[in-house]
Design a protein around this ligand. Sequence first.
Ligand SMILES: C[S@@+](CC[C@H](N)C(=O)[O-])C[C@H]1O[C@@H](n2cnc3c(N)ncnc32)[C@H](O)[C@@H]1O
Length: 211
Amino acid sequence: MEKNFEKINKVNKLIRTNHNNRKYDSWFDWQINDNIEISKFKEVISGVESSNFSPDFLSESLIGQLSKIKTDTILDYGAGLGRNLQLLKKYSNNVDYIDLEHYQKNYIDYINDLGYNETYFIEMIPDCLIGKKYDLIYCSVVLQHIIDDEIYEKIVKILYDACDYIFLVQNTMSPIKDVFFKYFELECEEITDIYFGVNHRYILFKTKNPS
Ligand SMILES: C[S@@+](CC[C@H](N)C(=O)[O-])C[C@H]1O[C@@H](n2cnc3c(N)ncnc32)[C@H](O)[C@@H]1O
């Protein structure tokens, strides 16, 4: 456990530049390569100071903003072990899951029991979303780890076509790449919580052509 926290702290201190032509930063290496046991995995995802695997904390103002938009269908993009499912269920009974294939390989029984509507496992680019449309895509601490610009743009373009709104939770050390703003415009932003000792911004964006 201690070792994982150390690893993550080290990664958080790195400036996220793509020196080695990687698809995503080294934050994922431990989870992809180690097939870490679920309870330990949850502790790491919960952050250094918290151990209860609690969902993102939304401020009253963000809750108010979300209540103004349609949220009948939600996609938890990069959902991991479903930390935010209970939060999202307050807005919809129809929450879908997407994450990388290694979750299917290592944690499929656990994920199947969580209560998502549909689950999708992908290699990297979410082609399975082409032709789909969600009211809201919830994307918590995912895109900040994608450091390959081409992959980032492909993902963002697919997400844009697949939703009206996207809710991003992202650490303030990693800029939201310019290309994101080509497709999405800021609806509202709050910085409300700290994970891994780093401020995270909670931001609701709408697509530039909401239906
Ligand atoms: C820090 S974890 C966050 C998990 C979950 N959203 C949460 O907040 O507990 C980042 C997640 O993004 C996933 N991820 C990485 N690249 C992805 C991609 N191209 N598409 C979807 N998910 C991806 C990782 O596998 C990992 O589960």
